[in-house]
Design a protein around this ligand. Sequence first.
Ligand code: HEC
Length: 152
Amino acid sequence: MKKTGKIVLWVIAIFAAIQLIPIDRANPPVDPEKDFIQVMNTPPKISGLLKRACYDCHSFETEYPRYAYVAPVSWSVKHHINEGREHANFSIWENYNQDLKKNMLEKAAQNIDSRKMPIPGYIVYHPEANLSEAERQLLINYFKELLESETY
Ligand code: HEC
């Protein structure tokens, strides 16, 4: 067999083999008494935006897109989710102390404003998360109101 043919076969074999590496996509259960949206009783407009733009990476209510089932893309997706949940997980909001909550609200407002969040690469595949300027402002104002009234 020609050398390039062999290389192609190897690439296909490796691609097939990495599909067998298991990835845990099971969402842990959500306790409504700890979930940000439930606890804060967020207005439907705000909860809608959070679910559309943030909850895939910052909660236990992740909805995995189809491309998340193909390695190595699935590894990157899972990595973002793990990291996102580590930095801020709305599903376990009530587990955080006041300092952490304050910090997350401040960072959330900043990151939405600077367009770091939702992650630009994610928006490409999730047009519903491509928040308009007005929608971004709604979220920022909501977080700022909580910070100012210290109701978090
Ligand atoms: C595609 C996954 C994804 C989406 C969607 C997403 N984030 Fe993130 N988020 C991450 C990751 C990964 C990190 C940690 C790395 C970083 O800061 O870039 C993070 C970090 C954060 C942090 C902590 C930042 C810090 O400096 O400590 C906050 C707060 C945050 N995100 C809020 C949000 C909000 C609010 C939304 C929705 C408007 C959102 N994120 C959407 C993945 C995501």
